[in-house]
Design a protein around this ligand. Structure first.
Ligand SMILES: Cc1cc2nc3c(=O)[nH]c(=O)nc-3n(C[C@H](O)[C@H](O)[C@H](O)COP(=O)(O)O)c2cc1C
Length: 176
């Protein structure tokens, strides 16, 4: 069984990125389990002085979850052409340790725009030594309200796209 950790970069209650990672968890193919990380909003702001024995519990939980996952999935909005602070903060907690090194990672996209954030996130994650999978998944949910989001995510073509993306990512992990 492959254990994948999915992280949404949005804290909005009606987040399309969070809906996408939740749908990935529901639609994981056999042999693949997707767990959604829900601690982003509770993480203290990263401070290098708070590493080692001073590492906060919330950060340790994130580090342990990434360390024990076979791969991670990130779905993230773009704010002002950048990666939202909350997600960057989470990634910063992972920099000075082994959690990210050679860890397979896949990006998922709930917006057809966000090209600056996609590029920035890929650069950040490669710099952190994640093994970034070149494929990915895009389901256009930008501007949709939760009921419509759920309808779109339940469309057979999108369910298939989610399964196919996870299967391809699992193959990438297996060959890695
Ligand atoms: C403060 C703020 C800044 C934004 N800046 C951009 C931007 O630069 N480019 C873009 O494509 N979308 C931008 N957006 C739109 C969000 O990326 C978009 O609504 C996204 O789908 C929200 O994701 P969520 O539904 O998971 O919260 C911005 C939204 C907010 C709230």
């Amino acid at each position: 069984m492959l254990n994948l950790l999915a992280i949404s970069g949005s804290l909005r209650a009606a987040s399309t990125n969070s809906a996408l990672v939740a749908a990935l968890a529901r639609n994981a193919p056999a042999g693949c389990r997707v767990t959604v990380y829900d601690g982003l909003g509770r993480l203290p702001i990263f401070n290098p002085d708070d590493e080692d024995e001073r590492t906060p519990r919330e950060a340790t939980e994130l580090i342990d979850a990434v360390t024990s996952a076979d791969g991670i999935i990130v779905s993230c909005p773009e704010y002002a052409h950048g990666v939202p602070g909350g997600l960057k903060n989470a990634l910063d907690w992972l920099v000075s340790r082994d959690a990210a090194v050679a860890k397979p990672a896949m990006l998922a996209h709930a917006s057809p725009r966000s090209l600056f954030a996609r590029a920035a996130l890929a650069e950040i994650m490669r710099t952190m030594s994640f093994a970034l999978y070149q494929g990915g998944l895009e389901i256009a949910l930008l501007g949709k309200k939760p009921p419509e989001v759920e309808v779109i995510l339940a469309e057979p073509g999108n369910v298939l796209a989610m399964r196919d993306a996870l299967t391809a990512f699992a193959d990438f992990i297996g060959s890695h």
